[in-house]
Design a protein around this ligand. Structure first.
Ligand SMILES: Cc1cc2nc3c(=O)[nH]c(=O)nc-3n(C[C@H](O)[C@H](O)[C@H](O)COP(=O)(O)OP(=O)(O)OC[C@H]3O[C@@H](n4cnc5c(N)ncnc54)[C@H](O)[C@@H]3O)c2cc1C
Length: 449
């Protein structure tokens, strides 16, 4: 049995683990990175990369085997994060499942490794709901979908969240009969109502069957594949495949957290604002902590951890006031900050700037099917929140996110020349409205005084 000492031990090599391991080694620390699967985590192997590759290939009418090409793209991404590349940087990569022996020790196989700091970056796994009959059938989830040999003829998604709303449209385009069953009465239940309504109509328009408010289900195998029934809703669907997309569970079960006195609950590991767990030298973040389960948030947590390891006396805390995200559906939906409902609850004075397709030359010139951008600002024209439905909404939100996170009033964007006809010009048009409002308020103020 070996006992080797490190400055930093990282458990898990997803977006968080890689950020911490690379950041720490670059700042001169001796780093051990433990990973039970291939390096890269959920994003490379079962999440962002394969799903975005799949969507993009289908949208571009890729003529070859789409799933095969997805797997090639994954291997291309892997070249940047494989063990050889990591070891060249100076990271010690260890393949295996790690668990806590004590507050400073991790065991992998027979060997124990000691770390001055230990980072839990173990992510989440798809949850398996308790549905009668589930144990008698084969099912898909994000872990085996991209490994399929061929695209099925029909698929039913159980759960109408982001994963289903991203995969349903390209599957339909490939000729698959797609059904979505969702327990909530609406889609996007945390967003303003019209967002869910838009996507409900869009799914219908594309011929994707959507059933909302579908709770208790029963599953049985059938000659086609699976029979899904809901007595309550008098519903019976037969489908070649079912895809379970009913949420995520934190990967904490095998970590023996009690050996290091680390507290957790059903949402994951409990941390403070500096991402410290209840054990003094153990930190955690990313999906196993939440609350925002995105690759960019795992990366952000990683940056906060690295910074605090380097400068322990001037610690940075996590700040969730400006968190953007994009749902790569058809079209994309993106948001940053508050919804209209949340704004109404928190602010008495605010303005909502809206821009739809009819006033947006980029959308008109590219025959974009639908576009809607809404930006909410406070009385000083500073951005409180924004949402956008449109082909490239993620890119538009990126600019808005920059203004928001730097607390730059929206009207300042009107000062920058943008190339026509880009979404930059569309955003500038809204910024001009903000400029006029700002000027009017200023003139009123001058008159008063
Ligand atoms: C279908 C899908 C699509 C997604 N698309 C997007 C997107 O477009 N944009 C976006 O921002 N986010 C997306 N996400 C979310 C994103 O994948 C996660 O937020 C991100 O991967 C979290 O990173 P992480 O480092 O916290 O955890 P993970 O990436 O889950 O990494 C955890 C790693 O820890 C390893 N591990 C677990 N236990 C142990 C152990 N005991 N010992 C050693 N290793 C262990 C695992 O094998 C894994 O490699 C998507 C997710 C899914 C499922």
């Amino acid at each position: 049995m070996k006992n080797i000492k490190y400055d930093v031990i990282v458990l898990g090599s997803g977006a968080l683990g890689l950020t911490v391991a690379i950041g720490s080694v670059l700042s001169g620390k001796k780093v051990l990175l433990v990973e039970k699967n291939k390096s890269g985590g959920e994003c490379t192997w079962n999440g962002c990369i394969p799903s975005k590759a799949f969507i993009s290939l289908v949208n571009k009418n890729y003529s070859g085997d789409v799933l095969e090409r997805v797997r090639e793209i994954q291997e291309e991404v892997y070249l940047n994060e494989n063990p050889e590349k990591l070891e060249k940087m100076g990271i010690v990569f260890l393949k295996g499942k790690g668990f806590f022996v004590s507050e400073n020790q991790i065991q992998v196989g027979e060997d124990v490794y000691e770390g001055k700091k230990i980072i839990i970056a173990t992510g989440t796994s798809p949850s398996t709901p308790k549905i009668p009959g589930l144990d008698t059938i084969k099912y898909l989830n994000n872990e085996n979908f991209f490994k399929m040999k061929k695209i099925p003829r029909s698929i039913t998604f159980i759960g109408g969240g982001v994963i289903s709303l991203e995969l349903a449209f390209p599957l339909k385009k490939l000729g698959v009969e797609v059904t979505i069953l969702e327990v909530s009465p609406t889609l996007f239940s945390r967003e303003d109502e019209e967002i869910g309504v838009y996507y409900e109509e869009k799914l219908k328009k594309e011929g994707i069957k959507l059933y909302l408010g579908v709770g208790a289900l029963k599953l049985e195998s059938s000659p086609i594949g699976v029979k899904i029934s809901s007595e309550e809703k008098n519903l019976m669907i037969e489908s070649e495949e079912i895809f379970l997309s009913t949420g995520r569970v934190p990967n904490i079960e095998d970590l023996k957290l009690e050996n290091a006195k680390i507290k957790y609950d059903r949402n994951g590991i409990i941390v403070d604002k500096y991402l410290r767990t209840t054990s003094p030298n153990v930190l955690s973040g990313g999906d196993v902590v939440g609350p925002y389960r995105f690759s960019h948030m795992a990366g952000y947590h990683g940056e906060v951890i690295v910074r605090n390891l380097l400068f322990p006396l001037i610690k940075k805390s996590v700040d969730y006031t400006s968190v953007p995200w994009t749902v790569f559906s058809n079209p994309e939906f993106s948001r940053t900050g508050l919804t209209k409902k949340e704004t109404k609850e928190k602010y008495s004075e605010y303005t909502i700037y809206k821009l739809d397709k009819s006033e947006n030359d980029r959308s008109l010139s590219t025959s974009e099917e639908y576009f809607n951008l809404e930006i909410i600002v406070d009385k000083n024209e500073r951005i409180l929140g924004a949402s956008c439905i449109g082909d490239r909404s993620g890119e538009i939100i990126s600019t808005i996110q920059f203004l928001k996170s730097k607390k730059i009033p929206l009207y300042k964007f009107a000062d920058s020349i943008q190339a026509y006809p880009t979404y930059g010009v569309s955003l500038r048009n809204l910024a001009k409205k903000s400029y006029i409002n700002h000027l009017t308020k200023y003139l009123k103020f001058l008159k008063k005084n």
